[in-house]
Design a protein around this ligand. Structure first.
Ligand SMILES: C[S@@+](CC[C@H](N)C(=O)[O-])C[C@H]1O[C@@H](n2cnc3c(N)ncnc32)[C@H](O)[C@@H]1O
Length: 365
């Protein structure tokens, strides 16, 4: 089945740290998945697996412990016209009062032009109150994608002063950077940014498929709701990779989180204290999926190591699969993690550098 490129556009609605390429789950499913199959990703991130399932007309289930990941995955499964999304944004902004509470401090003053910040805060408040419709889910993800990123000479695509787009800047560093270069935040037209992005991502819309996304901990078997999955395609956090929430603190703020970075480990974080503890946690996830899997189910995992943890990712992943209800059939290199458009290409900001990545294929034991 050939999928036209414009139908894939929605996948790029917002970058996500350590996302894997859409081609990976597509390649696994294409030609093998049958109509009516359910696909699960227990670490769904920006919903790449779920979106691949949708493109192929399959139902999907996603779990992630990060609110940013869940918001993006929900948007990948939503369906609304460009005009509906723009109308929703305008409607919310039309009801904006003259005074809107905004976060204080140097970072916020330099990150956003005052009128833009007021609009962002009002949109945030209204979307926190109600995000039940598909046009609101899509608007929220469009705003998450536009919240920070580089400034361009042409029409603005982001709402912020110069920033990286994949991860949120550290506030003190960003303030120093802007001050030194005398960079002022741009007075962008928020509705126009939404319109341009909505056209980019929603001009062609893939057909709707049944899907469900959960904000939760995939180590808890009950999170999978006893569905009969035929495919599980996923990429867990790599051992030692613990910065999903701090790296997304601005997008997390937009979803109701604090207006500052917190480095406290999130409650649902896998146990990174040792490779054995980490493998034990992953085993719980594989066991939970096995308990909800169809008899001929397949589990496909992309996993790698990071340079500051001297642990062999193949040994760790194999150990997590032992006594998990799954039998490993193949483990192959996914290629050099630093090459091409692999998920690890996102590790560009001096965080832990990735080592090689591997793809693991397993069947029910
Ligand atoms: C490597 S990323 C997945 C990226 C995804 N394949 C994509 O394309 O965007 C791993 C994800 O696992 C999530 N995660 C970490 N611990 C979790 C847990 N206990 N339960 C569910 N998700 C978790 C992180 O928030 C992160 O989004």
């Amino acid at each position: 089945m050939h999928i036209e490129e414009p139908l894939k556009a929605l996948n790029a609605i917002c970058p996500y740290y350590t996302m894997f390429p859409l081609d990976f789950p597509l390649r696994v499913l294409q030609g093998r998945a049958r109509k009516g199959d359910w696909v699960v990703d227990p670490f769904c991130g920006r919903g790449t697996t779920n979106f691949a399932a949708r493109l192929l007309g399959l139902s999907s289930f996603g779990v992630d412990s990060s609110p940013v990941a869940v918001a993006l995955t929900q948007a990948k499964l939503a369906d609304a016209r460009v005009s509906d999304v723009v109308r929703t944004a305008k409607g919310i902004l039309d009801s904006m009062p003259s005074r809107v509470a905004v976060p204080n401090g140097d970072f916020w003053e330099r990150a956003y032009e005052p009128a833009v910040l007021r609009q962002i805060c009002w949109l945030r408040k209204d979307l926190l109150r109600d995000c039940s419709s598909d046009s609101r889910l899509l608007l929220r993800a469009i705003l998450l994608g536009a919240l920070h990123g580089p400034r361009t000479k042409l029409a603005a695509s982001h709402l912020s002063n110069q920033c990286p787009r994949t991860f949120a800047p550290k506030p003190d560093y960003a303030v120093r950077f802007w001050r030194k270069r005398r960079m002022k935040p741009p007075a962008v037209n928020v509705v126009e940014v939404v319109r341009t992005r909505a056209r980019r991502y929603l001009s062609q819309r893939p057909a709707y498929t049944p899907a469900h996304v959960v904000l939760g901990d995939s180590r808890a078997a009950k999170v999978f709701e006893s569905r009969q999955f035929r495919w599980a395609i996923t990429s867990p956090p790599y051992y030692g990779m613990r910065t999903y929430i701090p790296d997304q603190w601005l997008r997390n703020w937009f979803l109701g989180g604090p207006a500052h970075v917190t480095y406290k480990p999130p409650a649902r974080e896998l146990d990174h204290a040792s490779a054995d503890a980490f493998a034990d946690d992953l085993r719980k996830v594989w066991m939970g999926i096995a308990a909800s899997a169809a008899i001929d189910a397949r589990l496909v995992i992309r996993f790698g190591g990071i340079a500051d943890r001297d642990v062999d990712p193949v040994t760790l992943l194999k150990s997590s699969l032992s006594d998990s209800g799954w039998r490993l059939t193949t483990a192959v290199s996914a290629g050099d993690a630093n090459a091409g458009r692999r998920q690890a290409t996102q590790f560009v900001h001096g965080g832990p550098a990735p080592k090689e990545e591997y793809d693991f294929y397993a069947v029910l034991a």
